[in-house]
Write a protein that binds this ligand. Structure first.
Ligand code: IMP
Length: 451
């Protein structure tokens, strides 16, 4: 029995969806524990691509149980669009998809408030995904929120009306149009019967499955640098994408967690505002954006690109206790002559220790780079580390040495077979000894057959 957390080690968009999909053969359950439809990844199923924002990637594996945990904020309109897309593609999720009654509903007024606030902030805006994530979490913390389970109670209309009245005042003060209260109520009412069969006390389900010896995979959304407590506040999301969030957001105790796989992109990207020490505003940044297809899945915004920042990644490793690293998009570096890696921050001539809490400091630091030779050859589709050019192997060793964790998985393209799975002890332990099935899955050209 093994319960493993998958975390993003940067600003999200590290390629967690592919890693979760790859590891599914070794697991029975995939759980999302935070965030909402601000997250997103594209999944290929047979000849179709579609974007999943809420439903875990595991849904494409016919045996996997999928859970939207209590720490999430869920927009039912987005959820139904995804479920419809899956049904159309012939993916049967009946009896294996569960929504926590304790998760919060993203009411239709939340994105309106999110947008109104961003507009009002002008230049200093966060650059949110405008999915209403901030207002949803803020409503939860102020205890005015509406939970998924509340929609099944006799109280739901009153709670929704009160929220529309409360937040409508702020929207009006910001000069934006306030949604009609009864339209919001009617929309929520339309959701209830479709949601009802999926709703469950997921904490009890998850702990029960653990007691039965099933293997759980916790799929983090976003990344450590966007963590509301540990990220580059206030340029963060409103949840806890680090490993600790998996426990609070699922109701599974820390004593049941066996380890953490950190997903790290071979360079860095960020969407939205906020400091980014290794950002490249030149042709190399453009090259990374083009070759890496760095466009937001949720918002379509071009992502800011830069060199790998091992100060930020080291902080993420510490926060989440990363045992094994999945290094993604290595192939995006294939054509570069020289690759820079940030190994420290300097402020006013002095080396700064750790990742500074002060936004002012993070904005002012100069990255200290080490320069590594590029490999100028194709890494796509390599199946063993030893198949990679020596300079690429050296890049991986450099990352391992600086972060103090082994790289267990290397991804060199979006497809499953474009993955190197190292048969090492740590990865074997984190996947319940299921490495053989994972390696076999990685060699598969097509995704698994539909049920
Ligand atoms: P929010 O989560 O929509 O409130 O946005 C807050 C910040 O987190 C913004 O900078 C977003 O661009 C960023 N963000 C939220 N979700 C993701 C994600 O899945 N990938 C990358 N950035 C994200």
């Amino acid at each position: 029995m093994t319960n493993t957390i998958i975390n993003g080690m940067q600003w999200g968009d590290e390629g967690k969806g592919k890693i979760v999909d790859l590891l599914c053969p070794a697991f029975d359950v995939v759980v999302r524990y935070q965030g909402g439809d601000n997250a997103g990844h594209t999944v290929k199923f047979e000849d179709r691509h579609f974007a999943l924002h809420l439903v875990p990637s595991g849904v494409l594996h016919p045996e996997i149980l999928c859970v939207l945990g209590s720490g999430m904020v869920i927009n039912p309109d987005t959820l139904f669009r995804e479920l419809d897309g899956l049904l159309e593609a012939g993916v049967d999720f009946e009896g294996r998809f569960f929504i926590s009654k304790r998760a919060h509903v993203v009411l239709p007024i939340y994105p309106v408030l999110d947008q109104a606030r961003e507009t009002a902030m002008g230049k200093s805006q966060i650059g949110t995904t405008i999915r209403g994530i901030g207002p949803a979490y803020e409503s939860k913390i102020t205890r005015f929120g509406v939970r998924m389970g509340d929609l099944l109670s006799s109280e739901w209309k009153r709670r929704v009306e009160e929220q529309v009245a409360r937040l409508g005042r702020e929207i009006a003060a910001l000069g934006a149009e306030v949604p009609d209260e009864q339209e919001v109520v009617a929309r929520c009412g339309d959701w209830i019967e479709r949601l009802r069969p999926f709703m469950a006390e997921t904490e009890s389900l998850l702990n029960g499955w653990i007691a039965e010896g099933r293997n759980l995979l916790f799929e983090g959304a976003q990344g450590a640098r966007l963590d509301v407590d540990h990220g580059t506040y206030p340029y963060v999301t409103s949840s806890s994408p680090t490993a600790g969030g998996a426990c609070t957001g699922s109701g599974v105790p820390p004593t049941s967690i066996d380890g953490v796989i950190g997903v790290l992109k071979a360079y860095t990207t960020r969407v939205g505002g906020g400091p980014f020490a290794t950002e490249l505003l030149d042709s190399t940044g453009e090259h990374l954006r083009d070759r890496g297809n760095e466009v937001g899945t949720t918002t379509g915004r071009p992502r800011r690109c830069g060199w790998l920042d091992l100060v930020a990644a080291g902080h993420a490793r510490m926060l989440s206790g990363v045992d094994s690293i999945a290094l993604t998009k290595l192939d995006v570096l294939d054509e570069l002559e020289e690759i820079q890696v940030c190994v420290g921050y300097r402020l006013d001539g002095e080396i700064v220790k750790g990742f500074p809490a002060s936004l002012e400091v993070v904005e002012r630091v100069d990255p200290v780079y080490e320069s590594l030779p590029g490999w100028k050859s194709n890494t796509v589709g390599a199946l063993e580390l030893s198949d990679l050019p020596q300079a690429a192997q050296d890049y991986i060793s450099f990352v391992e040495q600086h972060l103090g964790a082994t790289v267990g998985i290397v991804s060199t393209g979006p497809r499953r077979e474009e993955t190197i799975v190292r048969r090492d002890e740590t990865l074997s332990r984190l996947t319940s000894g299921g490495l053989a099935a994972i390696v076999e899955g990685a060699a598969e050209v097509e995704p698994p057959a539909r049920s």
